[in-house]
Design a protein around this ligand. Structure first.
Ligand SMILES: [Zn+2]
Ligand SMILES: [Zn+2]
Length: 305
């Protein structure tokens, strides 16, 4: 967990003098930016398209606060993830509560779902949410510390048709915004039961290749071995290429779920490829994971063959 800053021990008066004497910086914080009037039409378009899709597919909008108890994120996203260990904006309020700016939307949605007894509603309960999230990430990787996410969450039902539907929504969203050449990559990372066995297998394999891994991955092996598979370092990618794959070690339930999902994607005519190295390290993720990537005209031809 990111350590909240120790409250300063100085008196209030001392603090005031100090802040006042600091030079005034007329600039956004690193990794954050203004959305200027001339750029608003683009943002409006994204909002319009995403809200229309939510309506079309029966998702109701939910807005939750930007600040929640830190513990909510630690418990749901999990220790050992970059988000919780390094990237949260955490602080202690004047009342002594440990809180964080939200690093993603789903944890708050789940909190709200339980707090307001939405579990008694007809299933699935489909929730649409959008807004800023905050991660203390390295801005040189082209990521913003304040950025915006669009979420389509379905609660209370496990049917793979819901996974197919969310993939279809994401695909439509991107296509409607004018990005036509894309490929959907899918994978299954299993459920807590089959993932436990797979993780063990993966750790044994990684242990045998430990010398070839980067420093970060040596640590990840202990805390979050799945993340080694999507490390961007060349040497780690080589190790990952020969690693055991989660799709080969799914339990019966997860295997049927994945197989049915792929059948739905075929029926919906969605252009997908299975990417066995596609993983997500958050603790609450199970089964289907997907990503949509831009591709070239040539890549499209090849994948159609
Ligand atoms: Zn399973
Ligand atoms: Zn690595």
């Amino acid at each position: 967990m990111a350590k909240p800053k120790k409250p300063a021990k100085k008196s209030k008066a001392e603090n005031k003098t100090k802040l006042k004497d600091e030079p005034l910086v007329l600039q956004t914080l690193r990794g954050m930016k203004d959305v200027l009037p001339e750029n608003q039409p683009y943002w409006d378009q994204v909002r319009r398209v995403s809200e229309r899709l939510a309506r079309d597919y029966g998702f109701s909008r939910l807005d939750t606060p930007i600040v929640e108890y830190t513990n909510l994120y630690v418990r749901s996203i999990g220790e050992g993830t970059d988000i919780v260990d390094k990237e949260m904006y955490s602080f202690v309020t004047r009342g002594g509560d440990k809180v964080s700016l939200r690093p993603e939307l789903t944890a708050g949605n789940c909190r709200s779902y339980i707090q307001h007894g939405m579990n008694v509603l007809p299933k699935p309960v489909k929730i649409f949410s959008t807004g800023p999230v905050y991660r203390y990430d390295r801005p040189q990787e082209g990521r913003y510390r304040e950025h915006y996410q669009i979420n389509y969450d379905a609660f209370g039902e496990q049917d793979p048709i819901l996974d197919a539907q969310v993939i279809q929504i994401a695909h439509r969203l991107i296509q409607t915004l004018g990005i036509k050449l894309v490929q959907i990559q899918v994978n299954s990372i299993g459920c807590p039961a089959c993932r436990r066995d797979y993780k063990e297998l993966l750790i044994n394999y990684l242990e045998s290749k430990k010398a070839k891994l980067c420093q970060d991955c040596k640590k990840r092996m202990e805390t979050n071995p799945l993340r080694v598979l999507d490390c961007k370092e060349d040497k780690c990618a080589q190790v990952a290429a020969a690693a055991p794959q989660s799709v080969d070690h799914l339990c019966d339930d997860c295997r049927t779920h994945f197989k049915t999902l792929l059948e739905y994607l075929d029926e919906l005519d969605l252009p997908y490829a299975i990417n066995p190295h596609l993983v997500r390290g958050l603790d609450y993720y199970t089964k289907t994971v997907f990503e949509i990537l831009p591709i070239s005209e040539e890549e499209k031809k090849n994948s159609a063959d």
